[in-house]
Design a protein around this ligand. Structure first.
Ligand code: NAD
Length: 534
């Protein structure tokens, strides 16, 4: 990396320019240009070049903000984002096509039902500080691919990356359609006063409630990507050394400032000592010259976050069993594990969102599951290292946004898989096709041919009991369940024969009527075709 890279000093966007920026993004959307998939592809390809040309500058900015090692900046921010982008560029035409593979009765075939993929409009994207590039640009990829225009508000806690991103986006993308507003609470508040077609927010719960409340005033749909107290589970059936190594990775990447990393680990009581030996062995292996001297370890983003975590360590009744090195002047906290004996311990009471975590021993699996469901019933992620049966039971009985079996948050590392929370850890998801869907309205459409009017007689006035009877005869299906909700048929040969014939149900009358309609439909279409071609 060259040392002469100049990062612009942080500058808030003038407050009075914010309504104009939002209006420009709205009128750019209203111009209809974003409806053209080729236009979107051009923007995405330009973004690809922006990320590629700005790689070194972004690495330098991430280093400045979080002491993020260049290796991590590439792996978990720049390359990850480019991988999401590559996939989107490759698949966009297929995603944007009308979806005709829909579920509808055969009788409606002639209507050619389809889902048209419409952009929602102009989106606001508000990002956090921990992966300040990826967590702003991946939602932007979703917005561009869907045909939305967007304004991005990066976190002021990662000011260097915010400035470099602004420079890159303004240089490479259509400036009427995409902009970056930098600033703090007043600038975010000014943005929230604007009308958006979608708000995509990543960050903490408190601000999420402000965003959701504001969005509710104008019935604006929101996607909320939040955090939580993520549990990890380690039983005596696990490979302890592997579990230790993988969980330590989760707390060393970005100095544990990862929304998906574990907050606490439930360890079966009789392997607690061995597990502690394993994490200490991994610590030595990861940091041969000591943690603070390691070039591969990031720093806590600012003093406020450092003080918050220091307080957790000061007030715990537990015992530090690994790490525990701190240096405020350097915003340094080593990966630190604290052995606690209660869910009420301060180490368990809030999300650490950093390199510190609790170890809580458990005696039986049901008790461990109860603990997980008590501490945080809807965490963002769940990690389990147990036997097949234990893992299965935990996955069944504890919910989470995403989950990894036998690993830390590996489920979040595949850039094309849907990523999102549940309950208090968020609503909605993105990345890959889910990113496109997140900013898309699925518009149901049908085209009713003129020749169908005879068949549609039932809906017209004056109402005719005869038409209604015929309609019912054609559409009625006998239930295959009794009054207690138990299935009464559906396993016999006859049923499967009907299904194979595509008749969709046990009612012979209805099925035959549907086939008749298809034939009438085909005949109608043929007549129309001949009329036009002669
Ligand atoms: P943050 O301080 O960077 O804030 C996030 C955004 O909210 C910033 O853009 C900030 O300017 C804005 N903001 C702050 N106060 C505001 C206010 N009063 N009104 C309007 N906007 C305001 O980040 P944070 O909130 O501290 O982020 C940490 C949390 O985010 C953690 O809980 C973490 O788990 C979660 N997180 C979730 C994900 C995810 O993808 N689910 C990713 C990263 C972080």
């Amino acid at each position: 990396m060259t040392s002469d890279i100049k990062i612009p000093a942080f500058e808030a966007t003038p407050l009075d320019s914010i309504p104009k920026i939002a209006a420009s993004a709205r009128s750019s959307y209203a111009s209809q240009k974003t409806k053209d998939v080729e236009w979107r592809l051009v923007q995405l390809r330009k973004l690809w070049w922006g990320l590629t040309d700005y790689t070194e500058k972004l690495q330098a900015a991430l280093k400045q903000d979080l002491n993020k090692p260049g290796h991590d900046a590439l792996l978990s921010e720049i390359n990850y984002t480019i991988s999401d982008l590559n996939n989107t560029i490759k698949k966009l035409k297929a995603w944007a096509k009308d979806d005709t593979n829909l579920d509808y009765p055969l009788t409606f075939t002639a209507l050619k039902p389809r889902l048209r993929k419409e952009p929602l409009g102009t989106a606001l994207i508000i990002g956090p500080y921990n992966f300040p590039l990826m967590l702003n640009i991946c939602p932007l990829i979703g917005a561009i691919s869907a045909g939305c225009t967007a304004v991005i508000k990066p976190s002021e806690s990662a000011p260097a990356t915010a400035m470099v991103m602004k420079e890159m986006i303004e240089k490479y993308l259509d400036p009427t359609a995409f902009s970056v507003v930098n600033g703090m609470i007043p600038e975010t508040a000014a943005l929230l006063n604007e009308k958006w077609a979608k708000i995509f927010y990543t960050g903490g719960l408190t601000v999420a409630k402000i965003v959701a409340r504001k969005a509710a005033e104008t019935l604006t749909p929101v996607t909320l990507e939040l955090g939580g107290r993520n549990p990890a589970f380690v039983s005596r059936s696990s490979d302890l050394a592997l579990a230790a190594r993988r969980l330590m990775w989760g707390k060393t990447l970005n100095a544990g400032q990862v929304c998906m990393s574990h907050n606490y680990v439930l360890v079966e009581r009789d392997v607690v000592d061995d597990f502690i030996k394993c994490i200490n062995a991994t610590y030595k292996e990861f940091f041969p010259q000591g943690c603070q001297a390691s070039p591969d370890y990031a720093r806590v983003v600012n003093e406020r976050q450092w003080d918050r975590m220091k307080k957790m360590l000061d007030t715990t009744k537990g015992r530090i069993v690994m790490g525990g090195e701190l240096d405020r002047a350097d915003r340094f906290i080593s990966p630190t594990a604290v052995l606690v004996d209660s869910v009420d311990d301060p180490m368990m009471a809030e999300e650490s969102f950093g390199p510190i975590w609790a170890i809580l021993p458990y005696d039986d699996l049901d008790e461990a599951i109860k603990t997980m469901n008590t501490v945080d019933p809807t965490p963002l992620s769940l990690m389990t290292f147990g036997s097949k049966a234990e893992n299965e039971q935990i996955i069944n009985q504890v919910t989470s946004g995403g989950a990894s079996i036998n690993d830390s948050f590996m489920h979040g590392c595949v850039s094309t898989l849907p990523f999102g929370g549940v309950g208090e850890s968020g609503t909605g998801s993105y990345h890959g096709k889910a990113g496109f869907d997140c900013f898309t309205h699925q518009r149901t459409m049908v085209t009713t041919p003129g020749w169908m009017d005879k068949l549609l007689r039932v809906r017209y006035l004056p109402h005719s009991p005869g038409d209604f009877k015929q309609f019912q005869w054609m559409n009625a299906a006998k239930p295959d369940f009794d009054r207690d909700g138990r299935k009464t048929s559906g396993s016999g040969l006859g049923y499967w024969l009907w299904m194979v014939l595509g008749l969709g149900g046990p009612s012979v009358k209805g099925a035959l009527a549907r086939w008749l309609l298809v034939l009438v439909g085909a005949w109608g279409a043929m007549t129309q075709y001949h009329k036009f071609s002669s």
